[in-house]
Design a protein around this ligand. Structure first.
Ligand code: ADE
Length: 237
């Protein structure tokens, strides 16, 4: 899969995406990722990319033209037409389910807004969707694009060393993950639950499922309700 990020701060994105699991996957060639500076595409002599909002309002607006040319340049580098997502606080909330769907795409372009907003016309012209990473406001779309890129990337073949790993983790099955423990058996007076030392795989699986259910019920009643509804529907079938 290929992911392109259009941003005013490519070094900020590059710094994050060069490290750890994603950095390794890029170097190995399991995924392709490129960061592009929107400012490189402005036709303004002073290299400006923003201007005042029509009819007043506070802050500056990112202009349509440099974003448009940046996205068209990204598209021209590829055989397939990329799926284009703008990161905005007003977009649809990102979920693990959406990450799984985006990971199936051959090419994804993430466009980061900055300042007080983006000229709506370039969103209308280019966006396949708008994504928000949560109900709070960031100073720009970069951190949101990095969140989306990271979560999508790790689902691509060859990125994680043990892909079966993510079938157990929070949100995969609709439940939060059960608690995990490593050595030593006792740390600061706290022991690893005895069941995990028993070697009885069926009992351990049952305990983990119960823990996952209880965590989800207490921490995320919204997810718990959905999970219960789905389980009931399965029993009814
Ligand atoms: N830009 C500003 N806030 C955002 C958010 N919550 N998600 C995505 N992009 C944003």
């Amino acid at each position: 899969m290929r992911i392109d990020i259009a941003t005013l701060f490519p070094e900020m994105c590059e710094a994050v995406l060069s490290e750890s699991i994603i950095g390794r996957a890029r170097r190995k060639g399991s995924i392709e990722m490129y960061c592009h500076n929107i400012r490189d595409y402005t036709l303004d002599k002073q290299k400006r990319v923003d201007d005042y909002p029509y009819s007043g309002g506070h802050g500056m607006i990112l202009q349509a033209q440099p974003i448009y040319l940046c996205c068209k340049a990204i598209e021209a580098q590829q055989q397939v037409k990329p799926h284009v997502a703008f990161l905005t606080a007003g977009g649809k909330t990102f979920t693990q389910q959406r990450a799984r769907e985006l990971a199936q795409l051959p090419s994804l372009t993430l466009v980061c807004g900055h300042y007080e907003g983006i000229d709506e016309r370039v969103i209308e012209a280019l966006a396949d969707e708008e994504i928000s990473i949560g109900d709070y406001v960031l100073t720009g779309g970069e951190l949101a694009a990095l969140v989306v890129a990271d979560s999508v990337c790790r689902l691509c073949p060859g990125v994680l060393s043990s892909p079966e790993g993510y079938e157990e983790e929070s949100h995969y099955s609709g439940l939060l993950e059960y608690p995990q423990y490593s050595r030593p058996e006792e740390w600061n007076g706290r022991r690893v639950p005895e069941i995990l030392l028993s070697g009885h795989h069926a009992n351990i699986a049952k305990w983990r499922h119960e823990q996952a259910l209880e965590r989800t019920r207490t921490r995320r009643p919204d997810l718990y309700e959905k999970y219960e509804e789905k389980s009931m529907a399965k029993i009814d079938k």
